[in-house]
Design a protein around this ligand. Sequence first.
Ligand code: RFL
Ligand code: PHB
Length: 394
Amino acid sequence: MKTQVAIVGAGPAGLLLGHLLRAEGIDCVVVERQTGDYVLTRIRAGVLERITVELMERLGLDARLKAEGLVEEGFNLADGERLIRIDVANLTGKTVVVYGQTEITRDLMDAAAPRGLQVIYEAGDVALHGIESDAPFLTYTQGGATQRIDARFIIGCDGFHGPSRKAIPGLNGNFGVAREFERVYPFGWLGILADVPPCHHELIYANHERGFALASMRSHTRSRYYIDVPLTERIEDWSDDRIWDELAVRLGPEAAANITRGPSIEKSIAPLRSYVFEPMRHGSLLLCGDAAHIVPPTGAKGLNLAASDVHYAAEALVGFFRRGDKEGICGYSAKALARVWKSERFSWSLTKLMHRFPEDGPFERKMQVAELDYIASSTAARTAIAENYVGLPV
Ligand code: RFL
Ligand code: PHB
């Protein structure tokens, strides 16, 4: 098979990019390891920045997002009994939207066939070849046969564990320029999804002496909550009741009084990590989304960063195929990384502010309290948080 752009991975990054390219008349094929149903069962992000909503609008795929998404004008930081409201709408003039990553993925998936976007699911052993040339190609296996897709560019949208980033030579101090930057956190987030009304109409991020908690939602009737747990914890040891009990303590008395308990639809533990791979382009391969970087979920940035990468990548590819302009491609990595690092910083700093680290002592706790006091009392401090939360300009 021959195409202009071969995309690895049909998560939100790969599908969004595929649609943006098809809308510009550029040929592309998306190759995904899993089945479509499997991709839809992964419960992940819930908060969309403006850039993500705008891309769905631009594609004309925002009907359900508009109808079902919950526009959020603010969120809250809780510290013991105190609740600090970040009035995002008044501080920035912008809002975020609560709409599940699974819903975005479903909207993009449903529109693929009608819009002529080819997605090949259940592709095994995907491998990248010739990325330093102008004629790279992918190989994969399906039904026992090896298939090949020739392209002008390959875009790695295959998440943190995919093969794209690993195809770039030069890590481990060899001849290449690749570098990775990483911070692994000493806890994970245990998430629970349940068909019960949320305890509050806005998100609450809580720093409690027993640990972090987050009250989030997917709709007026579906809640998503998280608590941080040591990485040694096993999900089997957390009954629904134990999770609800812990949430009630950590979220504080006011939220606790409004928690509706119910059976979990999904629960899992996700480790927290900050990670950036540089550069995000090597020859004819561009990386987008989790393939190039990971943020801890505290800032709700992962999916939104994938969207901004895709925006830059689409712009560069359209410039190349429409006008023969290579500059966008050459500048892609620097442009994307400038925004990536700002989101990394915000996610890291909010994680530090809202979690109790095992190595922290009374001094670090005093620093958290002082910072929360400052945020509570300073419009400038709240504006800085709101501006980052709602998403920095693209
Ligand atoms: P994905 O979603 O991981 O998709 C990658 C796709 O590539 C496929 N793939 C392969 N395909 C072919 N061959 C191979 N060898 C392949 N290997 C992998 C995979 O099957 C998959 O379909 O990456 P993408 O598209 O870059 O999207 C990134 C987002 O998924 C991620 O950043 C967010 O979910 C992060 N995140 C959040 N982001 C937000 O913006 N707001 C949030 O509120 C938010 N909350 C979260 C989160 C992530 C979480 N977890 C579980 C890590 C909450 C949690 C708990
Ligand atoms: C979620 O609803 O899953 C969610 C919301 C905000 C975050 C992370 C996850 O910061």
